[in-house]
Design a protein around this ligand. Structure first.
Ligand code: 5AD
Ligand code: SF4
Length: 476
């Protein structure tokens, strides 16, 4: 085994994908089997930092590792391979990664066979890759968002050569289908419908780290969803940076509402969600499809970002305070039972008190069920990074006022479903109160007593106590 040379193995590899990666998964499997003979335990851990897109990448890595003979573990101490999928949308996501890999130094000292690998959005930034190469010599594998599917090939090379392997790509037109993926929950899955983003909001790093928008072939998407349903999946989340522009980059492709309809028609699929629609191109047709199909969840996540027309213009969002509000009114008229959530940024460069008041106005009128609120974080390379920042103290003070207003405004909706019996998809057992936790169609959480056999099932639950953003109930 000592004489194994990666180049020899590579010589026989097919050039085309996914055949090439299937070949490398097999090669990695043989290598791992051989190493097991020497006492290698082949345990792997995938750690996700970031959004659903990053979590989905984590599932792909896990799928490849398991196919190659690795056993999953949640313990860093046990792991022979530790992979991170990273996020760089705000500075604190980067800090989180550095904290985590700093802690791994002592484990690496004990187990020099360990491979620590990092992929994801943060690895698309040259400066971050350089920092890791300089400061963390025990990180042996670095790859990006565009070549994540190459894990088996890259890991095998790192394992055989015992040298650091760094491979990141600026962008790609390639979409590699039909590689393994391991779901975190057996009953729930997310499915990529597109990759990348063409919107270039001026605060956002995503177009730079995820590249130009590329839609998947709708036939592949539907095929994947059908296979998931056959495999017991009850809820599917369709994922794209901006789902509304799905298909526009392909010839004769379905539009997003048409794709949603095609997925909704799959027999046995109980729930469909999607993330994220941009308010700028939210169509009437999309509303009609949501209304038409029972299994499309009554929940829309509609990022506001700012309620000020002036700031929205500087953010390059292509909608105004008034057009966002009129879209909301239309949505609520057509779908009165809808769960509505949003993202809001405070302290974007140039934001005045008057601009901020516009954001509070929208929050008061919209009465979001919940809002993910962020302080603006400067991302180098984006246009807004060159603009004058709002004073930190003012930002944190506005942030607090925003939180208070979100809480206040959602009060009116609190307890809206009290006493009703609603369907809950049971997700897990809550370790704090030992109760089962599940989600209503509108994304609101419900805790209730119940046995293990309910996990992954959709059950009717009576909502008995409102706790603001969640309920307590009991199975009927
Ligand atoms: N600063 C703060 N929040 C940001 N987001 C994206 N970029 C930034 C940034 N530079 C938020 C947006 C987006 C969510 C995923 O993260 O609200 O919708
Ligand atoms: Fe997700 Fe964006 Fe963070 Fe990447 S940078 S993990 S796409 S939120």
């Amino acid at each position: 085994m000592k004489d194994l040379v990666f180049e020899e193995i590579e010589k026989n590899a097919p050039k085309e994908e996914p055949a090439r990666q299937l070949y490398f998964i097999e090669a990695l499997r043989s290598f791992v089997e051989m190493k097991k003979g020497e006492g290698y335990e082949a345990k792997a851990m995938v750690s996700v930092i970031g959004c659903q897109m990053s979590a989905k990448d984590g599932e792909k890595l896990q799928g490849i590792l398991e196919e190659a003979g690795y056993q999953s573990t949640e313990s860093e101490e046990e792991a022979d391979v530790i992979l991170f999928t990273t996020c760089t949308v705000r500075e604190n996501a980067n800090q989180k990664l550095y904290g985590r890999i700093g802690q791994l130094k002592h484990l690496y000292k004990k187990n020099k066979d360990m491979v620590i690998g990092i992929t994801g959005c943060m690895m698309q930034e040259k400066d971050e890759v350089e920092t890791i190469q300089k400061k963390y010599p025990y990180v042996h594998l670095i790859f990006g968002t565009h070549n994540i599917y190459k894990l088996a090939e890259l890991l095998l090379e790192a394992l055989i050569s015992k040298e650091r392997k760094v491979e990141t790509w600026e962008d790609t037109n390639l979409i590699v289908e039909n590689l393994p993926s391991k779901r975190k929950y057996p009953f729930r899955a997310s499915v990529n419908i597109s990759f990348g983003c063409n919107n270039f909001c001026t605060y956002c790093i995503v177009p730079y780290v995820r590249g130009r928008e590329k839609s998947r072939d709708s036939r592949e998407i539907v095929k994947e969803c059908e296979a998931l349903v056959r495999d017991g999946v009850k809820e599917i989340m369709l994922l794209g940076q901006n789902v509304n522009s799905y298909g526009l980059d392909r010839e004769e492709e379905l539009s997003f509402p048409e794709l949603l309809r095609a997925v909704a028609k799959i027999p046995g699929l109980r729930r469909i969600r999607f993330m994220t629609p941009n308010p700028k191109d939210f169509s009437e047709e999309l509303l009609s499809v949501i209304q038409e199909y029972e299994n499309i969840c009554n929940h829309i996540h509609l990022p506001l970002q700012s309620g000020s027309t002036n700031i929205l213009k500087r953010m390059n969002r292509h909608y105004t305070k008034e057009s966002y509000l009129s879209l909301l009114r239309k949505i609520k008229e057509r779908l009165p039972e809808l769960g509505l959530t949003t993202d809001i940024i405070v302290g974007f460069p140039g934001e005045t008190e008057e601009d901020f008041q516009d954001t509070l106005d929208v929050v008061r009128e919209a009465q979001f069920d919940s809002a993910f609120t962020f302080q603006y974080s400067k991302r180098s390379g984006t246009p807004a990074a060159k603009w004058d920042a709002v004073d930190e103290k003012i930002v944190s003070e506005r942030f607090q006022r925003l939180l208070d207003t979100v809480r206040e405004s959602s009060k009116e909706r609190e307890g809206k479903y009290l006493g009703k019996v609603m369907e809950v998809l049971v997700e897990e057992r809550n370790t704090e109160n030992n109760m089962l936790t599940g989600r209503l169609e509108n994304n609101i959480l419900v805790h209730f007593e119940g046995g293990e056999r309910l996990l992954g099932e959709i059950v009717p639950v009576k909502l008995e106590k409102s706790m603001g953003f969640y309920y307590y109930g009991s199975v009927v």
